[in-house]
Design a protein around this ligand. Structure first.
Ligand code: CAA
Length: 254
């Protein structure tokens, strides 16, 4: 099951299937998708954190027992379901943070990669071990790992299936920080982001997502347009005037 805890504009989604190291079966993954869809549209929720229940695992991947019986069409549908969840994390108009509290393997590492920011507990282990099962990363790992860590590191990790510990993950840029307890660190950043202009955050996320694809010149033009358009809103006026008046800005999200 997926637990949802909401407080102060921050939603924490916890994958809770501890008997299987929080590996995702169809019911749990579909529930995660539904929860993310609802939170993407929820005005009250400004930041979403994804984590795993217990102390051992974030998510130990897609459910291998389930996959062991799949044919091609079912496997395609299963891949598409995972991709849908990844796209929600990657494109919803608010920041998403992965609090990696243990094993983040295969599909678990891929969902963390789809988040905007990743923090790890010092006990975390991350990787794409699909090659050891005779398959490939199927929820975005062949693409997003390269975007986050660079193509050379990504190829080594997906070809070998080698797992990395938290220190190495930090060194190769796979996580933004290492902290115990990791959820505290994620909540701290979430609180910081929840106080900022949601319009500015939404615009930055959309533009930053274009940074590694498409045509550079067009992406710069898009930034230029959006930068100007934001000046029609109350938040830009408030932020700029508050600085001039030497007071704290209070953003309303308009
Ligand atoms: N699917 C289904 N069950 C899983 C699972 C998974 N991905 N990972 C762990 N489990 C289950 C185990 O089968 C075990 O259940 P039983 O007690 O019923 O046998 C239980 O969780 C506890 O696991 P272990 O006894 O193996 O615990 P451990 O501490 O010895 O090892 C582990 C932990 C290193 C995470 C190990 O369980 C493991 O290697 N798991 C598989 C990791 C993996 O290969 N993930 C990638 C899956 S493929 C994928 O995700 C495809 C994709 O891109 C979408």
């Amino acid at each position: 099951m997926i637990r949802v805890d909401r407080a102060d504009a921050v939603a924490v989604l916890t994958v809770d299937r501890q008997e299987a190291m929080n590996a995702l079966d169809v019911a749990t993954l579909a529930e995660l998708r539904d929860r993310l869809r609802a939170l993407a549209d929820d005005e009250e929720t400004r930041v979403v954190i994804l984590t795993g229940a217990g102390e051992k695992a974030f998510v130990a991947g897609a459910d291998i027992k389930y996959m062991s019986g799949l044919g091609v069409d079912e496997a395609k549908a299963w891949g598409a379901l995972g991709h849908g969840v990844g796209r929600l994390l990657e494109t919803m108009p608010k920041p998403t943070i992965a609090a990696v509290n243990g094993f983040a393997l295969g599909g678990g590492c891929e969902l963390a990669l789809a988040c905007d920011i990743r923090y790890a507990a010092s006990s975390a282990k991350l990787g794409q071990p699909e090659v050891n099962l005779g398959i490939i990363p199927g929820w975005g790992g062949t693409q997003r790992l390269a975007r986050v860590c660079g193509l050379g590191i990504a190829k080594e990790l997906i070809f070998t299936g080698r797992l990395v510990d938290a220190d190495e993950a930090l060194r190769i840029g796979l996580v933004n920080g290492v902290h115990d307890p990791v959820l505290d660190r994620a909540r701290e950043t979430a609180a910081l982001l929840a106080a900022k202009s949601r319009l500015a955050l939404r615009a930055m996320k959309e533009l930053a997502n274009r940074a590694l694809g498409g045509e550079h010149a067009r992406n710069l033009e898009a930034e230029s347009d959006v930068f100007g358009e934001l000046f029609a809103g109350e938040d830009a006026r408030e932020g700029l005037v508050a600085f001039v008046e030497r007071r704290e800005a209070k953003f309303v999200g308009r």
